[in-house]
Design a protein around this ligand. Structure first.
Ligand SMILES: [Fe+2]
Ligand SMILES: [Fe+2]
Length: 372
């Protein structure tokens, strides 16, 4: 008690006395209970196990509440505290801590998503930020990035659908290039052309991952991008221009920087930069070895220009007009090899189908089932 000082001591005593009656105050009280517990832990009055148990109780109480705000806050805040305390103070081996952290995040996510529809954007974003904070401690890029993707399905369907479409269009271009110009991929993920030719499926999967995570930085600007049913204002657009760089924060938050993750990061950083490095954002600069980013940049433009469902303000150019535009900028804005692949009738037909019937199908599956 002395260590906390008389004021904190009084509050703790007051809260303890009112713990039961205070339940009806909803999420504010859950926050108090959570603060009380953590204070007790720091004052040495309860053990780490006692703290984790107490947090689980608060989470249970929150998830049984009828108030969605209380539920969402309780689930996010308590989960964040649970994982953070586990990581900071548990004497368990690191692998066990990571395992428990992941288990916890995975267990709570569906419930949080379920209640998130009933809370407003500010509350939702706050919950998500807390939740992702906890997820970042789980230590692996894939785990963390997958959680962001899963969350995106709920938080911003148009962004998720765009991501899935970019992957499909990119695969169509890749399949053509790997047959006709496999040498173009020399150096991707530090592999030479021979390795790449022998491991086509592995490279296709890597490109797919690059696509799924290319706009992940936008996730942290949900308030802005969720209005993608209209054109962005100038201010909004200058904010959005920062999104390729936001990947860096994710990258730094997690363990492991293998060649695969580096490739995913480079694609995210480069996908809005011109092939020749003279224009684009976040800042124009020369880039090298970017065949995957070249494919992605074309797929990105094609999807954005043809999404008549998520971006109804589109000018409605035909696929042939768009491909002609891309090819006229080959070697400057777009990579020449990737642009050349669009000349193949097979690729054009595949992309035409993807942006019409394929898009409807993707929209349907994501709106109906929240996943692909
Ligand atoms: Fe982007
Ligand atoms: Fe994109």
């Amino acid at each position: 008690m002395e260590a906390a000082g008389p004021f904190v001591g009084e509050i703790l005593a007051w809260l303890k006395e009112r713990r039961e009656e205070a339940k009806s105050f909803g999420f504010v009280v859950n926050n108090f209970r959570y603060l009380l517990l953590t204070a007790e832990y720091h004052l040495g009055r309860i053990t780490l196990d006692g703290l984790l148990e107490g947090l689980t109780d608060i989470q249970k109480a929150a998830s049984e509440s009828e108030d969605p705000v209380e539920q969402a806050n309780g689930l996010a805040e308590v989960n964040y505290a649970y994982v953070t305390f586990l990581f900071l103070y548990s004497p368990l081996p690191k692998e066990e801590i990571v395992r428990r952290g992941r288990e916890r995040v995975r267990e709570v996510l569906p419930k949080l998503m379920e209640v998130s529809r009933a809370v407003n954007n500010i509350q939702f974003n706050r919950c998500i930020v807390l939740f992702l904070g906890a997820a970042s401690l789980t230590g692996s890029f894939d785990e963390f990035a997958d959680i962001i993707l899963e969350t995106t399905v709920y938080a911003d369907k148009v962004l998720y659908i765009h991501t899935a479409m970019v992957r499909e269009i990119s695969r169509a271009i890749f399949d053509e290039m790997i047959e006709k110009t496999p040498r173009a991929f020399d150096g991707v993920a530090n592999r030479d052309a021979d390795y790449i030719t022998k491991h086509k499926d592995e490279m296709r999967e890597l490109l797919s991952d690059c696509c799924m995570f290319h706009d992940i930085g936008k996730f942290f600007m949900l308030d802005v991008v969720e209005n993608s049913m209209r054109r962005l204002t100038e201010d909004e657009f200058s904010l959005i221009k920062e999104h390729p760089g936001h990947f860096e924060h994710i990258y730094q938050a997690v363990d492991g920087m293998d060649e695969r993750v580096k490739c995913i990061r480079d694609c995210a950083l480069m996908h809005h930069l011109w092939h020749d490095g003279t224009h684009g954002y976040p800042a124009a600069k020369p880039t090298k070895n970017r065949p995957f980013a070249d494919i992605l940049a074309i797929a990105d433009s094609l999807d954005a220009a043809t999404d008549y469902l998520g971006r109804p303000y589109n000018e409605g150019k035909t696929i042939d007009e768009l491909i002609a535009e891309i090819q006229s900028a080959a070697g400057t804005q777009y990579g020449a090899e990737a642009a050349k692949a669009l000349s193949s009738k097979k690729v054009r037909d595949r992309i035409s189908l993807l942006i019409t019937e394929g898009r409807k199908d993707v929209y349907y599956r994501i709106y109906a089932f929240n996943k692909l």
